[in-house]
Write a protein that binds this ligand. Structure first.
Ligand SMILES: Nc1nc2c(ncn2[C@@H]2O[C@H](COP(=O)(O)OP(=O)(O)OP(=O)(O)O)[C@@H](O)[C@H]2O)c(=O)[nH]1
Ligand SMILES: [Mg+2]
Length: 668
């Protein structure tokens, strides 16, 4: 059965036009499963049934026609391969015929047919009139020229023709790629005796295997697949395009809901912000900047607001805003409340959602007005995780235009390339995580590493650790490092450079540490800079005046000779015959160079301290574990007064050469 072609067909159409009756006539299964549905004779929620016709496995998703349940219709229509638009011959085209059809068009459902139902109660004239109205409705759409089949669920008339038409459309529509990340928008959650938690949905991409670990998102719950059913039969795996029921371990029914999805862990972003293209329905009211809307994607409905970025084409945004004229580069100055997308307009919006959504680049979505909830627009997600940057600028408009693409066009690769370039720019110094190539740009995870390599190879980006950084951002960083060091050396010729962390804070505080490290490494390898605990230009030499040089040498000698009884600064200045200020500068320089080391308030020559450590350490070699030293023996042995002995012994403690135990010290 897995080798058999699976096709998911959705019904659509006005209430009472015979959608459910038709599904039942075709499959023998009544899709209305709820008590209330049977009692009221209407469909409230999605219904499911399946039937093999020829050698094709048809899964039907039956939707409610009632205007109050369009939200349920939207949860069902997301994953369908094609639509059967149901129009009762005796009533012809009605409001939800139009709304459902609009939704299919906005979601870019690619194929379908029209069933003229209740043919048994319509005479030839009525049938002809309905046929005409349907033709008018679908003119110029994906259903133009599609079969229009009169049928009666009551008498069975026309059912064979309808089956033939279903098979014809199915054969003409291309299969779905099974590659890609797993994604099953959940439309039902229930508990089955002896099994536990079961979710159902149309697997829109990837595959689901028994024993596999997946995530339920939003929410990031990890689950394990215990069992898989496709069309009511147990299978080892379900593949893209199949209606699937999945038995899950590790999760309670109460923790799951329609609107979540079963997905490959980590492959999607959970987001409240998305940039998208949008198309406003001809009959809708203008879509105003800031309007509160109902956002529908997959099986989810989330409240949110739209921020209008700008129009689709080259049309000036002036035409866009009622009564306001503003040239494009002044977009930022345009009063936002005036900016609106008019009926039939196409443009770009930033969606701000009130709860997280699981979105991917290329997802189709629908917008309905908050109240009354009528369908007003739909579009395509271009970036599911845009930066929180200003959108009322010409640059922002240019950015979304570069992100725009047609998922059904052949050349997806170049659209992806453009998107990655934009996202690299967005990421700036922080870098674009390689995982974002999948979660944000929609690149298959198995291709992401190769794509990252290609970007590096083409010199468009550099890789540092887990992130990619745009080549120009990186070049700017290298230039800034060199410029900053040049300036620093000019202003402070006696400094050996800038401490590494300080340089990073100054130039790259918001950048990725790995990128900064990489830049230093590269500049160091090219001998442009030298990196020790301070970063300096490789060409930088300390240029001391003769007086400074004399002072430096005198101080160094004085401290070396002083050993554990070093001189004080005033004494050095006097004996070297240089001004106190110069001595002060040289003392600091010698400390930075670690020639002199500060112990409490005293300065010692590094060599003296090293020797002290070695000699105290040697006591251990002589006396073993019993090696002890106290203040008196220390003073005597090293010939120093208490003034030096105490700080030096404490220094030895800090250096872990000794450990204080009451009045004495153990040599470690
Ligand atoms: N005479 C006749 N009646 C039909 C036919 N198909 C459906 N009906 C009747 O029309 C009414 C509505 O049928 P449904 O199949 O429930 O309509 P629906 O489109 O599913 O309605 P919703 O799901 O509520 O939108 C029922 O009373 C059916 O018996 C048909 O071919 N001929
Ligand atoms: Mg129904």
């Amino acid at each position: 059965m897995t080798s058999m072609r699976s096709i998911v067909v959705g019904t659509a159409g006005h209430i009472d036009h015979g959608k459910s009756a038709l599904v039942r006539a075709l499959t023998g299964t009544d899709p209305d499963r709820l008590k209330e549905e049977k009692a009221r004779g209407i469909t409230i929620d999605l219904g499911f049934a399946h039937q093999i016709i020829d050698d094709i496995n048809f899964a039907f998703v039956d939707v409610p026609g009632h205007e109050r349940f369009v939200k349920n219709m939207l949860a069902g229509v997301g994953g369908i391969d094609f639509v059967v638009l149901v129009v009762a011959a005796d009533e012809s085209v009605m409001p939800q015929t139009r709304e459902h059809f609009d939704i299919c068009r906005l979601l870019h459902v690619s194929a379908g047919l029209v069933a003229l139902t209740k043919s048994d109660v319509a005479d030839a004239d009525m049938l002809e009139l309905a046929r005409l109205e349907v033709r008018e409705l679908v003119a110029g759409s994906f259903l133009e020229g599609a079969p229009i089949v009169p049928v009666s669920a009551r008498t069975g008339e026309g059912l064979d023709a309808l089956r033939a038409a279903l098979v014809g459309v199915a054969r003409a529509s291309g299969g779905r790629a099974v590659r890609g990340v797993t994604r099953l928008p959940i439309d039902r959650v229930f508990s089955m005796k002896g099994f536990g938690t079961v979710v159902t949905g149309t697997l829109v991409s990837g595959r689901i295997r028994v024993e596999e670990e997946l995530a339920v998102a939003p929410g990031a719950t990890r689950v394990k697949v215990r069992g898989v059913q496709v069309h009511g039969e147990k299978q080892r795996e379900a593949i893209a395009g199949q209606r699937s029921a999945v038995n899950l371990a590790g999760v309670e029914v109460g923790d799951l809901a329609r609107g979540q999805a079963l997905v490959t862990p980590g492959a999607f972003v959970e987001t409240r912000l998305a940039d998208a293209s949008v198309e406003v329905l001809p009959g809708a009211k203008p879509l105003k900047h800031g309007a509160r809307v109902r956002f529908h994607q997959g099986t989810a409905e989330i409240l949110g607001r739209v921020a209008v970025i700008g129009p689709l084409g080259d049309r000036s945004p002036a035409a866009f805003a009622r009564g306001v004229s503003a040239p494009e580069d002044r977009l930022a100055l345009q009063p936002s409340e005036r900016l609106a997308l008019q009926p039939s307009d196409r443009g770009f919006v930033r969606l701000r959602l009130e709860a997280p959504a699981l979105l991917a680049r290329g997802d189709r979505y629908i917008l309905r007005a908050y109240s009354p909830p009528v369908t007003i627009a739909g579009g395509l997600i271009l970036d599911p995780a845009p930066p929180r940057s200003a959108i009322r600028t010409a640059a922002a408009l240019d950015r979304v235009r570069r992100l725009d693409f047609d998922p059904t066009a052949g050349d997806l690769a170049s659209a992806q390339e453009r998107a990655v370039a934009v996202m690299l720019e967005d990421a700036g110094a922080a870098g674009l995580p390689v995982t974002a190539l999948t979660s944000r740009a929609g690149i298959d995870p198995s291709d992401a590493a190769a794509r990252a390599d290609a970007l590096v190879h083409a010199k468009q980006a550099l890789r540092a650790g887990d992130v990619l950084i745009a080549a120009n951002v990186y070049a700017r960083l290298e230039d800034a490092i060199v410029a900053t060091l040049t300036e620093h050396h000019k202003r402070q010729p006696l400094s050996e450079g800038i401490p590494r962390e300080e340089l990073r804070e100054q130039l790259f505080a918001r950048g990725h540490v790995a990128v900064f490290d990489r830049a230093l490494e590269r500049l160091a390898a090219a001998t442009v800079i030298a990196v020790r605990d301070r970063v300096a230009l490789a060409t930088h030499r300390l240029e001391l005046t003769p007086e400074e040089e004399r002072a430096r040498a005198a101080i160094e000698r004085a401290f070396r000779e002083g050993g554990l009884k070093p001189p004080d600064a005033a004494g050095v200045a006097a004996s070297a015959g240089v001004p106190a200020a110069v001595v002060d500068r040289m003392l600091k320089l010698l400390q930075r160079q670690k020639v002199l080391v500060k112990v409490d308030a005293l300065l010692f020559h590094d060599a003296a301290l090293k020797q002290l450590k070695a000699e105290v350490g040697a006591l251990k070699a002589a006396a073993g574990a019993a090696a002890r030293i106290d203040v008196a023996t220390f003073k005597e042995r090293f010939g120093v007064t208490r003034k030096f002995a105490i700080p030096l012994l404490e220094y030895l403690d800090r250096e872990r050469v000794t450990r204080r135990m009451g009045e004495t010290r153990v040599v470690l």
